[in-house]
Structure formats: structure tokens, C-alpha cells
Design a protein around this ligand. Structure first.
Ligand code: SF4
Length: 174
């Protein structure tokens, strides 16, 4: 092992808390991923868990929320769309605060890769719901994913952990 290897900072990975088995979803459930790479990262102490919606001050359980007007996270940051729950409450401020907390955590641990839960209005990376609460999915990303990507962090869903691992291996060589 070279000195460069010894002094290299460990690579931490930001992961949606619900993917780690924590019951933090709107309905107090979790979406534990049993992916072997994720299990290895957890065992190696490389995983930093975050639930942006809890970090933004929302409770468990909470009403389901979607980004309005079939828009994505970017529109929320541009103030042209809102995050609204199924009771009609505008919960945008909590989603913004939670995203900022997630970014702060990522920066604190010099994180370059995140694995976030697909489909969520916070954590979705390629699909979200269209705001009609009809179960209709559209292409798009959540509020936290948008902010992390703007900051240069590579965000993958739980379906793309192998790609994330390959990129991490590349980044660790640099
Ligand atoms: S905000 Fe993200 S981490 Fe929290 S429950 Fe939703 S998908 Fe999971």
C-alpha cells in the first residue's frame, strides 16, 4: 500500500434512509434494499443515511406529497411549481429545507455519489409522480436530487447501484 492509499479519505455514499430499512416513508414503511453492494458499503461503514423529508421537519407518518403540475424538482427551485400533499397543504418549504440539509451532510462528508429512492418527490432521480395523486409516473427528478446534482453529486436510484459502484471505483482512482 502506498502513502497515497493510506492518506486517502474514505469514500462515503449518501443513501436514502428508507433504503436502509428505516421506517421513514410517508406511511411509516421502509423500502429496504438487499443489494449486495449496498450491504457491503454498510458493513464497511461507508454509508451516510439521510431522509430529506424528516430533515425538513416533516413527521412520520405524513400525507403523501407530489410535485404539482407534472413538473420536476428544478421547477420547485425556480418557484414555478410546489410540493403539495394529498390534503392540499403546500409543503414546499420542508422539502427545500430537507434538500439543503442533505446537501450540507453530503458536503460535510465530501460525498460524490448518492443512492436515492426512485419515484420520491425528494429522492427520485429519473421518475416522479405527476402531482395528480393518480399513481401516474413521469420522467423527472425530486427536489433533493436536483440540488445534489446541481452541486456535482452523482445521484443513482436503488436500481442502478452497480453503475454507482463502477463510478465510485473510477473516482477513487483519481
Ligand atoms: S424522503 Fe427520501 S429517504 Fe425519506 S422516505 Fe422519502 S424516499 Fe425515503
Amino acid at each position: 500500500m502506498t502513502l497515497a492509499h493510506i492518506s486517502r479519505r474514505p469514500s462515503y455514499i449518501l443513501v436514502s434512509s428508507c433504503l436502509l430499512g428505516n421506517p421513514v416513508r410517508y406511511d411509516a414503511s421502509h423500502k429496504r434494499s438487499h443489494h449486495d453492494v449496498l450491504q457491503r458499503w454498510v458493513a464497511d461503514g461507508k454509508v451516510i443515511a439521510v431522509c430529506p423529508e424528516l430533515a425538513g421537519g416533516l413527521p412520520v407518518p405524513r400525507p403523501a406529497a407530489e410535485i404539482s403540475q407534472a413538473a420536476g424538482g428544478k421547477a420547485v427551485w425556480l418557484h414555478t411549481a410546489h410540493v403539495v400533499d394529498n390534503q392540499g397543504t403546500d409543503v414546499t418549504p420542508a422539502f427545500i429545507t430537507g434538500a439543503e440539509q442533505a446537501l450540507r451532510l453530503a458536503q460535510q462528508f465530501h460525498i460524490r455519489i448518492a443512492i436515492l429512492k426512485e419515484g420520491s418527490p425528494s429522492c427520485g432521480s429519473s421518475q416522479i409522480y405527476d402531482g395528480s395523486f393518480s399513481g401516474t409516473k413521469i420522467a423527472g427528478q425530486g427536489v433533493t436530487t436536483t440540488l445534489l446534482r446541481e452541486a456535482g453529486i452523482h445521484v443513482f436510484s436503488e436500481d442502478r447501484i452497480n453503475e454507482a459502484a463502477a463510478l465510485l471505483a473510477q473516482l477513487e482512482q483519481q
